[in-house]
Design a protein around this ligand. Sequence first.
Ligand SMILES: *Cc1c(COP(=O)(O)O)cnc(C)c1O
Length: 338
Amino acid sequence: MPLVSPSDPGRDDVSVNPVFTREPVRIPRNRLPDGELDPDTAYQVVHDELMLDGNARLNLATFVTTWMEPQAQRLMGESFDKNMIDKDEYPRTAELEQRCVRMLADLWHAPDPDHLSLIHIDRPNIVMGVDVQVCWEKFANYWEVEARLVPMEGERFHLTAAEVAAYCDENTIGVVVILGSTFDGSYEPVADICAVLDALQHEHGWDIPVHVDGASGAMIAPFCDPDLVWDFRLPRVASINTSGHKYGLVYPGVGWVVWRDVDALPADLVFKVNYLGGEMPTFALNFSRPGAQVIAQYYNFLRLGFDGYRRVQLYCREVASSLADRIEGLGAVSYTHL
Ligand SMILES: *Cc1c(COP(=O)(O)O)cnc(C)c1O
């Protein structure tokens, strides 16, 4: 029996009999148990409790990966013990990570070094649509940057160039443009927004860079809409992120961010640490991280290639559009009332 019971959510100690041939055990839920448990019993208790979770294969309400090939799972199982921050101990994992980054930079048309730098400003603001994911509001709060959220109106569910122009000023450190709005999946018009920012620069001298939040779309557009110009082909795009665990098709937790060139990533954000025998640059808020997801990402890149990703993404889009059409056909909910 699992440690939760819907009828009795408040009990501190629960008596369980996870393995029928053994003595039942009492297990505290909210404090560290006093003694040890046999590993089979501990396994069974945790396993049984997790049976009450949803079944990932049946989860249609997420765009995070819920299935990977058995070969990818095997590789992940073989590499759960690797800490990818320890690049001296695990140089091959570090190399696969670098290859993934170079593959993404190439996919997103990163140029040879160009010059774009973020300006230093005392009362900085950042402009984005209210459809941004909560991570951007966190960013603004933690870094004391004013979040200028452009509201949605009527049938418009994402940011457009006209609004961007009205919300920017000399203290704007960047505009976040979403490729794949979390509201409805639509692409915000990156090229139009860049053009408006070009005009602002011409008029006022403000050189405002663009970050593309391609959490979902940066792994869709290159394959399904190759003619759409949204990436580093636009000189104003300074950085792009994507979630490896969304349409990168890897189990949760891996994300990627690529800067256009070294100048676009301020050097004082990159720390050099001396760790276990070598000096290495580190840029992230957390330090130790699992290597298995990176290895699984590399497996997928190798396994699927451009054609494979294109096949999967086109098929996903077909399924999504067809489901959307049919749901609309039911007539029960109209899109504008969502
Ligand atoms: C999912 C998503 C995020 C957050 O990314 P995680 O990979 O879930 O951390 C940010 N922005 C957009 C547009 C998203 O779709």
